[in-house]
Design a protein around this ligand. Structure first.
Ligand SMILES: Cc1cc2nc3c(=O)[nH]c(=O)nc-3n(C[C@H](O)[C@H](O)[C@H](O)COP(=O)(O)OP(=O)(O)OC[C@H]3O[C@@H](n4cnc5c(N)ncnc54)[C@H](O)[C@@H]3O)c2cc1C
Length: 435
């Protein structure tokens, strides 16, 4: 338990009006001990929006307005100063003052860095060419939507997405759905799609489904260079095996890099991310960091689930409440491609002590694989019917001994839970004894 040791009536400045920064504000406004003055500075021109929904926006499944989390009026109503379209360029820790690229200076008592991350870029020639995009913010999504409606190459155009992880897949499917007759290729360096979340069977099912929809998928793809077209824009992508793919639009989605330049300039402790302790406090007790820009016990972040838990801890801490420290926990993965259902968590490759339970119905495109250690679930890969995914995840987090329901485990949550309940009611219940 950590008790904040400073008065909550201070000026709190939050750098970044993204998912983490905004959620922190939402958590603070309801707290009696909230800092008396809160200022939020965001580089993007729009007030906080749901970044996760950029994928359905690109795919044409959502409207732009539906992404907004809160507008500027809401901030004003909460008595919070919101400064948008300005980038914090420097922090002077000695005098606790920051400067923005617009020349504004602002004193703080407490500072929260919620600067997120930026798309990683592979070191290949041609990446600077016009027509090469990333997929991180509203401007990126709007540029891709514009391209899909006005392809530079005409006749539907041809796009190449580099990266076969969650983001690359969502970008490729979004472009395919938006672009009428556009040829969309997806390059994956590994031997299978989503290799960090899926085993070979599930990745194979996903690949077949996406191929059937018309995506052109290349695994083992080693990117060599991008070629300029006659108009000086990107015209093609070359792979190390000699393949040349025509491309008048390229989307780079190979991963993310935490935005730490500001923290580094301020001489905070930075590895890959800004190093924080379990109260999300950096090496400077007046400065906190959370979200994709921070690093806790060697871990950096790319999904919102752990970030929401960080927000709870930091909000309580900033409001002077007693709170348990942040604890690392596994996260589950879902893919936001309509018509494709997958759910995965935990390790992908079984080790010799794992018991592997698997079920595959190729006709239905249904696949479930569970990894258990001493009766406890450590990992799951579900493709097709994923309804029981959250139940499996709960059992894994709680470390429940699933021995009593082993026979029904692959049938899903309802059957397995019924067996567990039955065994809990019996006088010699292994699950009870373990708990
Ligand atoms: C297309 C897409 C789909 C995604 N889908 C999922 C999903 O399905 N599930 C999931 O869990 N996660 C998903 N994510 C990841 C999720 O969006 C991020 O984990 C989350 O946004 C991280 O929040 P954050 O606040 O740390 O960073 P961000 O949301 O990126 O916010 C950081 C903000 O800080 C601003 N900033 C940076 N530097 C400065 C500065 N110096 N001064 C002022 N402002 C600054 C940035 O402009 C940005 O607005 C997706 C991401 C993308 C791009």
């Amino acid at each position: 338990m950590h008790q904040a040791t400073y008065p909550p009536t201070e000026h709190l400045v939050i750098v970044g009006n993204g998912m983490a920064g905004h959620r922190l504000v939402e958590a603070l406004v309801g707290k009696p001990g909230r800092p008396s003055r809160i200022t939020v500075i965001g580089e993007e021109p729009d007030p906080a929006y749901n970044r996760i929904l950029l994928s359905p926006l690109l795919a044409g499944e959502m409207e732009r307005d539906a992404l907004t989390l809160r507008d500027a009026n809401w901030y004003a109503d909460q008595g919070i100063e919101l400064i948008l379209g300005e980038r914090v360029s420097d922090i002077d820790r000695q005098v606790q003052r920051l400067t923005t690229d617009a020349g504004r200076t602002l004193a703080y008592d407490r500072l929260v860095l919620a600067t997120g991350s930026s798309p990683a870029r592979p070191p290949v020639p041609g990446l600077e060419l016009p027509g090469v995009h990333v997929f991180r913010d509203l401007d990126d999504a709007e540029a891709l939507i514009h391209y899909s409606q006005n392809p530079a190459g005409g006749r539907g155009g041809s796009a190449v997405v580099i990266g076969g992880g969650l983001l690359g897949l969502e970008a490729a499917e979004g472009l395919r759905k938006r672009g009428q007759g556009m040829r969309v290729s997806l390059l994956q360096r590994d031997d299978r799609l989503m290799n960090r979340q899926l085993d070979a069977t599930a990745a194979g099912l996903l690949e077949s489904e996406l191929r059937e929809r018309g995506l052109d998928i290349h695994t083992h793809a080693q990117l060599e260079r991008l070629e300029a077209g006659a108009d000086g824009r990107v015209g093609a992508v070359h792979l190390a095996d000699g393949t040349r793919l025509a491309a008048d639009c390229v989307v780079v989605a190979i991963g993310i890099v935490p935005n730490v330049a500001l923290a580094r300039r301020a001489d905070l402790d930075v590895n890959r991310g800004i190093v924080v302790d379990e109260t999300l406090t950096s090496a400077d007790p007046a400065i906190h960091a959370l979200g994709e820009c921070c690093e806790f016990q060697g871990t950096t972040y790319g999904l919102v689930e752990p970030i929401w838990r960080q927000v709870e801890v930091l909000a309580a801490h900033l409001a002077g409440e007693t709170v348990d420290g942040y604890v690392e926990q596994p996260s589950a993965t879902k893919l936001k491609v309509s018509g494709v259902s997958l759910y995965a968590f935990g390790p992908i490759d079984p080790d010799p002590e794992h018991e592997v339970l698997a079920y595959h119905d190729p006709e239905q495109g249904d696949y479930r694989r569970l990894l258990l250690r001493n009766g406890r679930l450590e990992g799951a890969v579900l493709y097709g019917d994923t309804a029981s995914g959250p139940w499996y995840f709960e059992q894994a987090l709680a470390g429940v001994d699933l021995g009593p329901c082993r026979a029904a485990l692959l049938l899903g949550a309802t059957d397995a839970q019924a067996l567990l309940d039955e065994s809990n009611e019996s006088p010699h219940c292994p699950a009870k004894e373990a708990a």
